[in-house]
Design a protein. Structure first.
Length: 412
């Protein structure tokens, strides 16, 4: 007999992989973001009760149908004879298309991401809402992406949903004249989704579902906005970064740093596509942040080995990036490059003088970077302390174990 079906695991998979597509379909029925999300959550709860008796042939279609009925029930309970808006909303949900297959319905995720990134919302709420709506991330995961507390992020998500309803934000793509001011928030959302998949914040080292979703959204945006250079820059950045995924772990699943990665395992097809895109973006317009980051990754991709990387040019690109988009995290990345372009001593003094420590006390790469620089300078005790802090902040077991090994190599 086959093993018992783990219904909880099935629900979790759907949340991770299909939440955005399911939610987008439901929002398209009635245009009510909060009602769609509440109804989808109701459907997930119902699945936990019903599916143990027998898994439906198409779980996605079952969830859409159930969520639609839950939404109708909610509207009927709330409806009054005088409330015409409730009556209209009920009509839309009652006349939504029936489906036995999710693939027969239009994909409305692009409309959903523009709804979440509406300028009526503050930038942080736009990103947070889309991470939740499109990626199915938990509040804790979104908080980690922002270096925030989970309770602070939960309050922000609630305020964002209320703002969408209060501002009457419509579920549709923006008009062409509104695209320039809307697109940057969308790009930032996609990149954060990619980062969560490439370097997870909740114990899972990588989540290809999120990275693939971000790349898919990036391709869509690049197709519908063919003249937007920064959209191509973002897609190039994600592809060049994703090309190294297989080399980031060895056969045992252990973390492998960039300097010792087997570059033969890098995905050459993704590298070729990414290099072509970044060159196109650089020719189209003055380089913006994502395109600059893509150019940095292009230098890594072109280098035959770690030693031959053009570190001086990477430092120069980080200096340009800091002018375009000041961010304390940049000081960490620049310090790594500077340690090879100049020396660990210069890099450490530059990092400490930058003041980044005030903003990055809970940012693991900051402490890992300092630990490496201190170790290379022979400052063993300080390096051990920095490694200990970095290990405590590591988001994955693989990274923590790698840092423990580095620390053990220093310990007397």
């Amino acid at each position: 007999m086959p093993p018992p079906l783990d219904i909880s695991a099935q629900i979790t998979r759907l949340i991770r992989e299909d939440w955005g597509r399911l939610l987008a379909v439901l929002v398209s029925f009635g245009g009510d973001f909060a009602l769609a999300e509440d109804s989808l959550q109701d459907a997930m709860v119902a699945a936990l009760e019903v599916w143990p008796k027998g898994l439906p042939k198409d779980p996605d279609a079952w969830l859409i149908t159930t969520a639609r009925r839950k939404a109708i029930d909610r509207l009927r309970r709330a409806q009054t004879a005088q409330d015409k808006s409730d009556a209209l909303a009920l009509w839309h949900w009652q006349h939504a298309p029936e489906t036995q297959d999710l693939t027969t319905l239009p994909d409305h995720r692009l409309e959903l991401i523009f709804t979440c990134c509406h300028p009526a919302l503050d930038e942080k709420s736009r990103v947070a809402l889309t991470l939740r709506a499109l990626g199915g991330l938990t509040t804790a995961e979104i908080a980690a992406a922002f270096l925030d507390k989970p309770e602070t992020m939960a309050a922000r998500l609630t305020r964002g949903r209320k703002k969408i309803a209060a501002a009457g934000i419509r579920f549709r793509l923006p008009d062409p004249e509104d695209l320039p001011e809307r697109i940057q928030g969308v790009l930032q959302v996609i990149y954060l989704i990619f980062n969560e998949g490439y370097r997870g914040s909740s114990g899972t080292y990588t989540r290809t579902d999120l990275s693939n979703e971000a790349i898919r959204l990036g391709r869509i945006l690049s197709q519908v906005l063919p003249d937007h250079a920064e959209t191509k820059g973002l897609l190039a950045l994600m592809l060049l970064t994703e090309s190294r995924r297989l080399a980031r772990t060895d056969a045992t699943g252990a973390f492998v740093p960039l300097e010792t990665q087997n570059r033969a395992r890098w995905d050459q097809a993704l590298i070729h596509e990414g290099l072509t895109l970044v060159e196109t973006a650089l020719c189209m317009a003055p380089a913006q942040p994502f395109t600059i980051q893509a150019a940095i990754n292009a230098l890594h991709a072109r280098a035959g080995n770690f030693r031959d990387t053009d570190w001086a040019q990477i430092v120069a690109l980080y200096d340009i990036l800091a002018q375009r988009q000041p961010n304390p995290v940049l000081h960490v990345n620049r310090a790594v490059a500077l340690s090879y372009a100049a020396s660990p001593d210069i890099a450490l003094r530059d990092l400490d003088a930058s003041g980044a420590a005030r903003h990055l006390e809970t940012y693991q790469p900051f402490h890992a970077c300092r630990a490496d620089l201190l170790a290379r300078l022979g400052q063993t005790q300080a390096a051990l302390a920095a490694y200990t802090r970095a290990i405590a902040l590591s988001p994955s077991d693989q990274e923590a174990e790698f840092l423990r090994t580095r620390r053990a190599q220093l310990a007397p």
